[in-house]
Design a protein around this ligand. Structure first.
Ligand code: NAG
Length: 264
């Protein structure tokens, strides 16, 4: 009887250990980016209804249609752009307190793909909307037209950061040469942004990459003829993911390589 009880107690503790272990492995300790509180700012629009004028922005995403961002994008004022750390971040915007707002204050969800630069020859409260310290969204026109009539030109908005929902893994667009690898990082989920990044050739250890511009990172290393892995840490959630052997040994600049991993 005592031995039965002992084995029952032992089994109970084993079971609890398994459940607890699963909970830990299940990601309860994984940092996940959560929506921020709503704040007030202003929004204008640029480009036209085709959003062709929004391509090739300061984040380096190039063609926003082929790279999955489409017309739900915006250029951020310097304060939000934060030297490129704002690239890839996702925001929800609602027009508020203006007769130009659409009824029901519908939400537009956008990805930051560009910088709205300051223009000091215009007054910060009359045209120089993106001058620091202003928090401003210069939206692609189709995105703006989801929240307000375009005739408004500028509207007050409520905005908040939200996790980026992406289909598939992080993508890496390669530029550079045999001694210099420049990688544009796209389709980043979760926080959407990048704090730091490393590359590992099949014959090297992890090499720290430096920030070049927008959402691009570089390594001055000889990596030709090696399959490449990348490690990325999110700026907002501090989560780290590793994309093993994303590019094959015969990788080439000008190509984009897709991983199967992404942030939460
Ligand atoms: C800055 O504003 C001035 C005055 O409106 C304008 O002429 C100029 O084109 C603007 N510069 C840029 C880079 O947009």
């Amino acid at each position: 009887m005592a031995s039965l009880l002992r084995s029952w107690i032992l089994n109970f503790f084993l079971m609890m250990a398994v459940i607890f272990g699963k909970a830990m492995a299940g990601g309860y300790s994984t940092p996940v980016f959560r929506p921020t509180a709503w704040k007030l700012a202003y929004a204008t629009f640029y480009g036209d209804v085709t959003a062709s004028g929004t391509m090739g922005g300061a984040c380096g995403y190039g063609n926003l249609f082929s790279n999955g961002y489409g017309t739900n994008t915006a250029a951020l004022s310097s304060v939000l752009f934060n030297n490129g750390n704002g690239c890839g971040q996702c925001f929800q915007l609602r027009c508020v307190n203006s007769r130009w707002c659409y009824k029901g204050s519908p939400i537009a969800t956008i990805t930051a793909t560009n910088l709205c630069p300051p223009n000091w020859s215009e007054d910060s409260n009359n045209g120089g909307w993106c001058n620091p310290p202003r928090i401003h969204f210069d939206m692609a026109q189709p995105a703006f037209m989801k929240i307000a009539q375009w005739k408004a030109g500028i509207v007050p908005v409520a905005f908040r950061r939200v996790p980026c929902i992406r289909r598939g893994g992080v993508r890496f667009a390669f530029q550079g040469n045999a001694y210099w690898l420049l990688v544009y990082v796209m389709n980043v989920a979760g926080g959407g942004d990048i704090a730091s990044m490393w590359v590992k050739g099949s014959k090297t250890g992890w090499i720290s990459m430096s920030h070049n511009w927008g959402a691009s990172y570089q390594a001055f290393a000889t990596l030709g003829g090696q399959s490449l892995s990348f490690k990325i840490t999110s700026y907002s959630s501090h989560e780290t993911i590793i994309a093993y052997n994303v590019a094959p040994a015969n990788w080439r600049v000008g190509l984009t390589y897709s991983s199967s991993v992404n942030f939460h």
